[in-house]
Ligand binder design. Structure first.
Ligand code: FAD
Length: 296
């Protein structure tokens, strides 16, 4: 397969990019191109005009205020990993970014592209959902901020309308007593797409779990918050989640009930359920450990 011919545009502002996306026939935004160009090459997708976002400074930055991190949508996974700010205030996002593809993919692929592709197996969405992130969306009419939990509508589908761009991702900073982490199971140790993934965030006050969010990936059409597993955690003591106690098992089973896995080339539905249960238990235990250390 070879890439078909296409028009290529490199605007230097969000406004110009949106104008081009509205004016050029069958146009698509391109950040790193690691998903888009592969799909075009394989004939899965056809775009006659590509609007590159790579030269737009307003989409490439990492900033903070008192409560939040602001990550430009065109920040690459390698830049996320190297950022001292993200390392300090959202270390679980660094962990997730480190598990994406290879060095080449991490140097080129962007956090915005990862969520806009909206694959249920993408690695940044579960942890961003667990951390209660939002996305800023710019369009012809206005700029809106939407919680990430309302962004995905189905596998590879989002709420984005024609001409709209995700410009930045807003991530609440970690606070004392919060522990968050991401686990991914792929068919190889490195460079493989998730067969199952789980992100967990817990918040402890005096060893009680006052807040939690468990997100399951690659086992439903979109990355999904497991409401049932999250409920099992809330209000409980950390000591109730020891390896051999029933609550941990209950949380694993609850996440499986919330999953809707499919059979595909990477794994059968039952295999995914079995792996999910193990991964949920592992992720919860690790999130609690991190939270206990962060409480001191
Ligand atoms: C070999 C290989 C390995 C990979 N491994 C992994 C992996 O382990 N984990 C993983 O999660 N992914 C993986 N991927 C997928 C891909 O690399 C990532 O999803 C990457 O983050 C996509 O970012 P990008 O900037 O390249 O997106 P692009 O390919 O540029 O864009 C992807 C889609 O998002 C849209 N888009 C991009 N940016 C925006 C924006 N700001 N606003 C609106 N729409 C936008 C584009 O129009 C397109 O539809 C892999 C890909 C390859 C080729």
């Amino acid at each position: 397969m070879v890439l078909p011919d296409f028009g290529f545009y490199q605007p230097i502002s969000v406004k110009d990019a949106i104008d081009l996306l509205m004016q050029k026939p069958n146009a698509a935004a391109m950040a790193g191109g690691t998903d888009l160009l592969v799909e075009m090459k394989n004939g899965i997708r056809r775009s006659e005009n590509l609007v590159s976002l790579a030269k737009i400074p307003e989409m490439k930055f990492i900033k903070e205020d008192v409560k939040n991190l602001f990550i430009g949508a065109c920040t690459t996974h390698s830049e996320v990993i190297a950022s001292p700010l993200i390392g300090k205030f959202a270390p679980a996002l660094v962990e997730a970014a480190s598990k994406i593809g290879s060095n080449q993919i991490r140097n080129t692929g962007t956090i915005g592209g990862n969520i806009c592709t909206a694959a249920s197996c993408c690695d940044s969405a579960p942890i961003l959902l667990a951390l209660n992130a939002s996305v800023e969306i710019a369009g012809t009419e206005n700029i809106r901020v939407v919680p990430l939990r309302d962004f995905f509508t189905f596998n590879k589908k989002t709420i984005l309308k024609k001409g709209e761009l995700v410009t930045r991702i807003i991530v609440p900073k970690s606070e004392p007593g919060i522990g968050a982490c991401y686990e991914k199971f792929g068919l190889r140790e490195a460079g493989s797409i998730a067969v199952v993934s789980v992100a967990a965030k817990v918040q402890l006050v005096n060893d009680i779990c006052v807040d939690a969010c468990i997100v399951i990936g690659a086992v439903a059409p979109t990355p999904k918050i497991s409401g049932q597993a999250t409920t099992v955690l809330k209000g409980k003591k950390v000591s109730e989640f020891a390896e051999d106690l029933p609550l941990l098992e209950e949380a694993g089973n609850a996440a499986v009930r919330d999953s809707i896995p499919i059979d595909d080339i990477r794994g059968g539905a039952q295999y995914r359920r079995d792996v999910l249960k193990v991964l949920v238990k592992r992720t919860i235990r690790r999130a609690f450990e991190l939270a206990v250390n962060n409480e001191k």
